[in-house]
Design a protein around this ligand. Structure first.
Ligand code: ZN
Length: 230
C-alpha cells in the first residue's frame, strides 16, 4: 500500500475496486483508491465530493459544540439579553452573579469553585431572577398597551417553545431561556402570546393584529428561529 497526496488529501492506494471516501467522527478524511487508477480521475472524484465533505464537517463541528456542556470556567462565553459576555469565575464568601465591564462575574464559595453542576445552579438562579424582572415588565407593558389581563404568568424552562398561552384560563408561559435573547425578541414573544388571548390560532387576523403593534415582527421571528414556537 502506498500513500499519495492529492488535492491536499491522503489517498491510500490499495487492492480495492473503487474509490472510497469516508469521514470519520474525529473529522479525519480517509480515501482509498485502486493501485493503478490515474491520479486525474481521483482528483476529479475528490473535487466532486468537496462540497459534501464541507457540509459533513460543518455538521460534525456543530454537533460537537452543541454537545459540549458548559463547565462554568473563566473565559467561556455566556449570553444575556442578546449580548455575549465573557465569564469570569471568582472565589468569594457567597454565591452570586453580577455584570461588570462587559463580563459576567460568577462568584462562588471555595468548595464549589470546581463543581460545574453547582456553578450551573448559581448561574441558572441568576438567569431566572432576571427573567422574572424583565418578563414581568414586558408583560405589564403589553397588557397595558393591548388593554388585556391575564390570570397567571409562569416562567420556566421549556423544551421546544419560547412561550405558550392557554387563552381559556388566560395563563401565559414563557421560556426562561428567552432571557438570553434581545429585548426585542422577548417583547415579540410576549406580544405573540398575549395576542392569542384574542386570536387562538395563527390566522391572518392574528398576524394583522401583531403587525399593528410591531410592524417589524417578522424580523423577531427570524431572530428567534421560527421552529421554536409557540
Ligand atoms: Zn402562537
Amino acid at each position: 500500500m502506498k500513500v499519495e497526496k492529492i488535492l491536499g488529501y491522503e489517498v491510500h492506494r490499495k487492492k480495492v475496486k473503487n474509490i472510497n471516501l469516508r469521514i470519520r467522527p474525529n473529522m479525519e478524511i480517509y480515501i482509498s483508491a485502486p493501485m493503478n487508477l490515474h491520479s486525474d480521475y481521483i482528483e476529479n472524484f475528490i473535487r466532486s465530493k468537496e462540497k459534501w465533505i464541507k457540509q459533513v464537517l460543518k455538521k460534525i463541528e456543530e454537533a460537537k459544540q452543541n454537545q459540549l456542556p458548559s463547565q462554568y470556567l473563566s473565559g467561556e462565553k455566556h449570553k444575556y439579553l442578546g449580548k455575549e459576555y465573557e465569564l469570569e469565575v471568582k472565589q468569594g464568601n457567597s454565591n452570586r452573579v453580577s455584570l461588570k465591564e462587559g463580563k459576567i462575574i460568577l462568584t462562588v464559595i471555595s468548595n464549589i469553585f470546581e463543581n460545574s453542576d453547582e456553578k450551573k445552579k448559581v448561574m441558572e438562579k441568576w438567569y431566572f431572577e432576571n427573567a422574572q424582572k424583565v418578563f414581568v415588565n414586558a408583560i405589564q407593558k403589553w397588557l397595558e398597551i393591548l388593554d388585556e389581563s391575564i390570570e397567571k404568568l409562569s416562567i420556566k424552562p421549556m423544551k421546544s417553545r419560547w412561550g405558550s398561552c392557554n387563552y381559556v384560563k388566560r395563563y401565559i408561559n414563557l421560556n426562561t431561556e428567552l432571557i438570553k435573547r434581545t429585548q426585542f425578541e422577548i417583547e415579540y414573544v410576549v406580544l405573540h402570546e398575549l395576542t392569542h388571548l384574542k386570536y387562538p390560532n395563527h390566522g391572518k387576523g392574528f398576524y394583522r393584529y401583531i403587525e399593528n403593534y410591531m410592524p417589524n415582527y417578522k424580523m423577531a421571528e427570524k431572530m428567534l428561529n421560527a421552529k421554536h414556537y409557540y
